[in-house]
Design a protein around this ligand. Structure first.
Ligand SMILES: Nc1ncnc2c1ncn2[C@@H]1O[C@H](COP(=O)(O)OP(=O)(O)OP(=O)(O)O)[C@@H](O)[C@H]1O
Ligand SMILES: Nc1nc2c(ncn2[C@@H]2O[C@H](COP(=O)(O)O)[C@@H](O)[C@H]2O)c(=O)[nH]1
Length: 188
């Protein structure tokens, strides 16, 4: 059976990676989403086992102790996120490729582990101002959380050069088309 590949979408919060990853999952067969674990609160419309595995900090720590993560990070203060080994194994063992929506440090750690089997895509917002507008209009973050996310964005943007591909997400339809092109080209 052909070995599944790993496609990692990453970006500062609000750049649009979830939007593009969800679109790719709707459009393409043979790619499946790596459901991460998180300790953050569930947003309206999110479901356990679909968007994330929502865990308590104690449950998350137990998984660290059991060595269940490929990578994990305290992405924002008191909010832990991690990729489970079992997700990657489950999807690749079925012959499918895995698509990830994870932060910049996590993405680069996965690349280090999987090398050429993995493609890293940095979703670039047109500007920090537009990133801020997108995050505000998504209306999911408290003022404090919004500030944490925006404060981190500049440093994250500096890491774009370490990714295999930089994908500009300005016009959404153009970015969606480019997303499909990048993925199909890599997994063919
Ligand atoms: N090209 C675009 N033009 C305008 N709005 C966009 C575009 N792409 C995404 N958005 C909107 O911007 C907001 C942020 O997008 P999304 O949630 O996909 O970002 P994200 O990078 O996954 O953020 P996070 O890391 O916080 O999960 C959403 O409301 C989404 O609908
Ligand atoms: N290092 C990891 N980062 C992850 C993982 N799952 C998601 N994320 C990233 O966290 C931020 C915030 O996500 P949000 O859903 O709270 O907006 C974002 O950059 C995600 O991509 C993971 O398993 N590991």
């Amino acid at each position: 059976m052909k070995k599944g590949k790993l496609i990692v979408f990453s970006a500062p919060s609000g750049a649009g990676k979830t939007t593009l990853v969800r679109y790719a999952l709707e459009q393409l067969e043979n790619i499946k989403f790596s459901i991460s674990c998180t300790t953050r609160d569930k947003r309206e419309g999110e479901a356990h086992g679909e968007d994330y595995y929502f865990l308590t900090p104690e449950e998350f720590k137990a998984k660290i102790a059991n060595d269940e993560f490929v990578e994990h990070e305290e992405v924002y203060r008191d909010n832990f996120y991690g990729t489970l080994k079992s997700e990657v194994d489950r999807i690749t063992s079925e012959g499918n490729s895995v698509i990830f929506d994870i932060d910049v440090i996590g993405a680069l750690n996965i690349k280090k582990l999987y090398g050429d089997q993995c493609l890293t895509v940095f979703v670039n917002p047109p500007s920090l101002e537009i990133l801020k507008e997108r995050l505000i209009s998504r209306n999911t973050e408290s003022e404090d959380k919004l500030k944490q996310r925006l404060d981190k964005a500049g440093i994250e943007m500096e890491k774009a050069k370490d990714f295999d591909i930089i994908l500009l997400n300005d016009d959404l339809e153009t970015a969606k088309a480019k997303t499909l092109e990048i993925i199909t080209d890599f997994i063919k």
